[in-house]
Ligand binder design. Structure first.
Ligand SMILES: [Zn+2]
Length: 411
């Protein structure tokens, strides 16, 4: 029986979303939280993008140091041999790659304008996989962009070529959120049966079905006899209407009717991290969590009407499917209501000492404090908002890594 693994794409699909973004320190914190949560892989960025280079290499160092372990860090590039070469030139230690190319007729005519045929797509993809293999890539996923609008015969051919050349996984991208649970189940099951390769689902919410489609696709993949990998983002942040929400996907897998006994996660996910990771992503992206968001919304465990309140007071399970404590909720949170000293890009040593002191971090020498303060200032320049305690702790603990993350050198 195949198992289900989570590949979170917040640091790729999330950050490429219009009007949104994260600082390099913010992306690093997301990787750290995802690792603590037990997520299989973080799609941590773009190896062929210049301003990502220091961040990507610093995070690979964190992996070597054991800080980002056991999570895998995967880079996203276009499926061309040229991009593979560029990726290894810019980020030589990159281990895991996702190679992406469009497969639908809409994309071939609408985007490639006839310059590339279906045959070209197969050849280009095969060359890209061969190039990644020759660099010793630890794992290779091959993404079919707009797979849901690609006819099944060509998808089977495409996935077969990927498998023959040594790809580890095939990513079925419902790029426009066009699928429904019934269609994605059938297509994923067919692909697995015809090609025999583990499949990732990559679902978007344009029709409000990203989570349902991810779960249905995973079911099809497992029923077809392979492992399933679900792409998620924290709080569902992603292009247009967003991606499949990480916490909602895990809740659906664990709590929905009849699913959990048969369709199991391959790695335990610590749902107790949900509150922390969702709150952090909301702050870092500057996007509030909707009041009715599954699990972490302000109303997810709120009851007012007479019958509901009475029922939940007598027995919470009457009106709650799962306990708020499972999601790491319930602890009181300190909110400053009076004077506040926070970090900023023009902070001085006195205010900084006060902020760090509240977190019980002290420095033996003033020089050490000044060094960390300087890094915190740079982090503030990039974040343009006060740093949270975990970010300051990270900078104090890994100053050399922080310096690398914060280094942006335009050409
Ligand atoms: Zn996407």
């Amino acid at each position: 029986m195949g198992k289900i693994y989570i590949i979170d794409v917040t640091n790729r699909d999330g950050v490429q979303t219009a009007k949104l973004g994260l600082s390099k320190l913010g992306k690093t914190m997301i990787n750290i939280y995802l690792n603590e949560m037990g997520v299989y892989q973080s799609e941590f960025g773009f190896p062929t993008t210049r301003h990502e280079s220091h961040y990507l290499q610093a995070n690979l160092k964190l992996a070597e140091m054991g800080v980002l372990q056991p999570i895998r860090l995967g880079g996203w590039i276009r499926a061309t041999a040229e991009d593979v070469e560029k990726a290894y030139k810019m980020v030589p230690n990159i281990k895991h790659l996702q190679l992406s190319i469009s497969t639908s007729d809409q994309m071939i005519t609408g985007k490639f304008k006839g310059v590339r045929s279906r045959q070209d797509i197969l050849i280009t993809t095969a060359e890209a996989i061969d190039a990644a293999k020759s660099h010793g890539a630890g794992s290779i996923g091959v993404n079919a962009e707009d797979a849901s609008r690609t006819d099944a015969d060509f998808l089977i051919r495409f996935a077969s070529v990927a498998k023959e050349h040594g790809a580890d996984r095939f990513r079925y991208c419902d790029t426009l959120g066009y699928d429904n649970p019934f269609t994605i189940y059938n297509t994923c099951k067919l692909l697995v049966e015809e090609v025999g390769i583990p499949i990732e689902t990559h679902c978007h919410g344009d029709l409000g079905m990203a989570v349902a489609n991810s779960v249905a696709g995973a079911k099809g993949i497992i029923d077809g006899g392979q492992d399933a990998y679900i792409n998620t983002t924290i709080n569902g942040i992603g292009e247009r209407a967003g991606n499949a929400d990480l916490v909602a996907v895990v809740l659906a897998l664990k709590k929905s009717k009849g699913l959990a006994p048969k369709y199991k996660l391959g790695m335990p996910i610590r749902l107790s991290m949900a509150w922390r990771i969702c709150k952090y992503a909301s702050y870092a992206f500057d996007v509030p969590i909707p009041i009715n968001q599954p699990g972490v919304g302000a109303n997810a465990f709120a009851h007012a009407s007479g019958i509901h309140a009475d029922g939940v007071l007598k027995d919470p399970q009457t009106y709650e499917l799962y306990d708020f404590k499972e999601l790491g909720r319930g602890e009181p949170e300190m909110v400053e209501t009076g004077r506040e000293i926070c970090s900023g890009e023009y902070s001085g040593i006195s205010g900084f000492g006060h902020v760090m002191g509240k977190m019980e971090i002290s420095f033996e020498h003033r020089d050490d404090a000044e060094k960390i303060l300087e890094l915190a200032r740079y982090a503030n320049v990039l974040a343009q908002k006060p740093l949270v305690a975990d970010e300051l702790r990270f900078i104090a603990k890994y100053p050399d890594i922080a310096r690398e993350l914060l280094t942006l050198t335009p050409p």
